[in-house]
Structures are given as C-alpha cells and as structure tokens.
Design a protein around this ligand. Structure first.
Ligand code: ADP
Ligand code: ZN
Length: 435
C-alpha cells in the first residue's frame, strides 16, 4: 500500500523544503505587491519593498494579516487574479462574526486536492476505498475539500454532506463506507445513532476517519475510535488559508504534518507579535506561497499550538503542529483566569462522560460564573440520587483542580444537549449579551 501521496515532497530534506519556500515566497510577495492594492499599501506603510524579501528569513519583515482585513475588503478586495480566473468561491462558516469570502483558481483547486489526498493517504486510504464525506457541502470548505482529495486519489466519494443522520447510517452500512470524513462531534453523533439503530461497529466497515474543523481532545479520539471501530486522524485547515488539508495527521497520531511546500508556518506571541522558537506554544501564523487567487501573507489564525521538527517515525519530514488547543477567541476569561473548553472536555471524558456538554458563562453582581452542563450516559442515568450527587461533587473537584477556579456542574439527562452536524457549540457566553 502507498504510504505517501507525494513522497518527494513529504519526505524531502530540510534544504529542499527551505529552497522551495524561499523561491515561492519571493515570487508570491512580488505578485501580491503588484496585484493587490491592500497589501501594497500595507507594505509601503511598513516600509518594506518586495526586493527586501529574499528568503524565508525575511518573512518577519512583512506585516501580519488579520480576519478584519478580509472583512474590510469584503468580498473580493484581497483577490490577486481577475475574476475570470477564479473558478470557485468559498466562505467561512461564520463561527466568529461576519462571513469572509475567498477564491480559488483551477490551479489552486488542484493543489488543494493534492493536500487532501496527502491527508487521506496518510490515513491509509487508497483508490480501493469508499469515502463517506459527511462534512457540509456548500460554501463551507469541509465537504468539497475532502471530496476533492478523494477524487484525486481515485477513491470512491460518497457526498453525504451533513444531516439526515439516520440516512447517513443506512448509507454507511449499505454502501460499505470504509473511510469517514466529518467533524469529530458529528462522528460521535453518528456513533450514537448507529447504536440507536441496533447496530454496532461490527455491522459497518469503517477503518479510518479524518476529523477536523473544530478542536477535539485525545480522549474524544479514543471514544470515536472505540465506538466506530476505526482509527481517527486529525486534519487542520481554515478557509482563509485554503480549507482542510493545511496540515494532516499520519499513522503516529502525534500531531499534524504541515504542507510546507504550500504554506509557511510561524508561531508568535499573540500579544507582542514576536516570532517564538520551535517547541514554544503560541499563535499559528500562515503564509500561502502557491495560492494564485487568495495568497494571504502572515495570517494570524488565532489558533494556539506548538510546532516541532523532531523526526517522525512515519518518515515524513514536514514540520508537525500539535492539535490546536482552541482559538484565542474560544478562550474564556473567567474571573481573570484563562479557560479553554478543551481543558474541560479532557476532564469530562477522563471521568467516563461522553462529549456531550455545554459551558454556560454568565455574570451577576460583577462576578463571572461558569456552569458545565454534562449529559449522563444511559448507564449512569440509572444511578441513585446519592451516586449522582457524588458524581457532581467529584467533577466539581476535578474541575477546580484543573482550572484553579470553581465551576458548577449540572448533570443532565441523556440526549438533552443539542447535537451538532457541523461544528459543535460548546460555549454559551451570556456575558456577551450584557456588554
Ligand atoms: P470559521 O472560522 O467560521 O469557523 P473555518 O471553517 O475556516 O471557519 O474554521 C477554521 C478554524 O477551525 C480554524 O482556524 C481552527 O480554529 C478550527 N479548526 C480546524 N481544524 C481543526 C482541528 N483539526 N483542530 C482544532 N481546530 C480546528
Ligand atoms: Zn508522521
């Protein structure tokens, strides 16, 4: 079985990658300066000329780009080619505010397909596989992104999209899907509906799943693997940079290889903008070096992660990023303490709960409060009142130890927290309504 989709790049030496990046960065900066007034003005303001960028060591001279820049130039202001060359438009799912629009040339789509084909291959997928794509199709990049990768590999794609979960299970069973692509929260929901249909993992044929588009913990990975009988791989991407396939996990399941021949990654201190050394946690910043239609430079993702260049046992030499622990936007500040929903998820899943929870943050009398609503599993639901009180206490104590602040725990009946078909809504911040 093929281990790599593009071996010459995926296992290239560092010198080769750096030389490709140098050449592509210089060309991209020149092209962007000439074709996008917005970037030209920003570079002039920062006192940088295209000639100043001679290698990736000069990257730090370029100004950052922000989501706000996409909104200010909405819809097409950052496109670097005429519209006649743009063959596809996508838009972000709008998780955090007004949607943003990006475009792709035919060549951009080919590269995107390659990136997703690398991800699928790393998960053991070949042309023999039947890939059920249960990411949303449409303006969201998930569906068509994964679909393009499957097509490029010559696998059989089932464009199931999201929703109609019972039908998804029928399709999975009857069509013999071997690979599933969806958000991790939807994968868990699929597992629930599978069980409710009286089936188990032994009645379906999934061997691998490629899950991304939202943060998920390793505990959640174990639950998905157990319930669906597959090996679960992470995939990372964002609309502004391309979509899924910016980075992908290999058989080692210890972080995602970044497609460095197309994207340069930097990790910065989100407060000062200073570039941090490898191995330090910070905000991920990406520069596209092959995109024609939407070549974003030094894009501040607001995703928090760490990159490492240690040798990976899979043989790939592409730099690895850890699972992002969430976006700076997702980080809650509760009574001055930083809290990531993923930290709470880890505790809940370690204690045997399923990933059906919601975090409600509120403020009364100038004091923040945090409540974690957690669904009981069917087995726990038959516990006595005393057992349930004990469970609540136990969880509250574990959360206090982890977060350093008190959180109220409310155990709720099975199947009461809303299920998501795309990105799960983990936090309800009522304070925002008060502002
Ligand atoms: P939106 O910004 O509206 O959610 P996108 O679909 O472009 O639209 O979402 C991209 C974001 O999704 C990333 O910036 C990141 O925060 C999150 N994301 C994508 N893949 C992963 C992943 N594997 N792990 C954690 N977060 C992810
Ligand atoms: Zn690897």
């Amino acid at each position: 079985m093929e281990r790599y989709y593009q071996k010459e790049i995926e296992t290239a030496s560092r010198e080769t990658i750096v030389s490709i990046q140098n050449e592509r960065l210089v060309a991209t900066v020149k092209r962007v300066y000439e074709n996008v007034p917005f970037y030209r003005d920003k570079m002039i303001e920062a006192g940088v000329k295209p000639e100043d960028i001679r290698s990736i060591d000069d990257l730090c001279k370029l100004p950052f780009s922000y989501k706000k820049d996409l909104r200010d130039t909405y819809p097409y202001g950052l496109f670097a080619v005429p519209m006649k060359d743009v063959v596809r438009i996508h838009a972000s799912s709008g998780t955090t505010g007004k949607q943003i629009v990006v475009g792709y040339t035919k060549h951009d789509l080919e590269i995107w397909n390659d990136c997703c084909a690398r991800a699928l291959t790393a998960a053991g997928c070949t042309s023999e596989d039947i890939v059920q794509v249960s990411y949303g199709y449409g303006l969201f990049t998930g569906g068509l992104g994964a679909d393009g990768g499957a097509m490029r590999l010559g696998a059989t794609a089932i464009p199931a999209s999201t929703g109609n979960t019972q039908r998804q299970i029928t399709i999975m069973h009857d069509f013999g899907s071997t690979v599933l692509c969806s958000t991790p929260s939807y994968a868990l929901h699929l597992a629930e509906v599978l069980e409710a249909s009286g089936m188990t993992k032994d009645d379906i044929h999934l061997k691998a799943g490629i899950f991304g588009a939202e943060p998920w913990t390793n505990e959640m990975r174990r639950q998905i693997e157990e319930k669906l009988g597959l090996k679960a791989y992470d995939i990372y991407g964002l609309t502004e940079v391309m979509g899924p396939g910016v980075a992908f996990e290999c058989s080692e399941q210890t972080g995602m290889h970044i497609n460095e021949d197309h994207f340069i990654v930097e990790v910065i201190d989100p407060d000062t903008g200073e570039v941090l050394p490898d191995g330090t946690q910070g905000e991920l910043v990406f520069t596209c070096i092959t995109k024609e239609a939407f070549p974003i430079l030094r894009y501040r993702t607001r995703d928090i992660g760490v990159i490492t260049r240690e040798k990976c046992a899979c043989g790939r030499t592409l730099v690895k990023m850890t699972k992002p622990r969430g976006r700076t936007d997702d980080m809650l500040i509760i009574r001055g303490v930083n809290v990531f929903p993923s930290q709470i998820e880890t505790v809940l899943l370690e204690k045997g709960y399923a990933a059906n929870y919601q975090i409600v943050v509120d403020r009364a009398n100038h004091t923040d409060s945090i409540e974690v609503q957690v669904e009981l599993t069917n087995e726990m639901f038959s516990d006595t009142v005393r057992d349930l009180a004990k469970r609540t206490k136990e969880l509250e104590a574990a959360l206090r130890t982890l977060l350093g602040i008190g959180a109220k725990v409310s155990l709720v009946e099975p199947n009461t927290i809303p299920r998501s078909e795309g990105k799960a809504v983990r936090v309800i911040d009522k304070r925002k309504l008060l502002d």
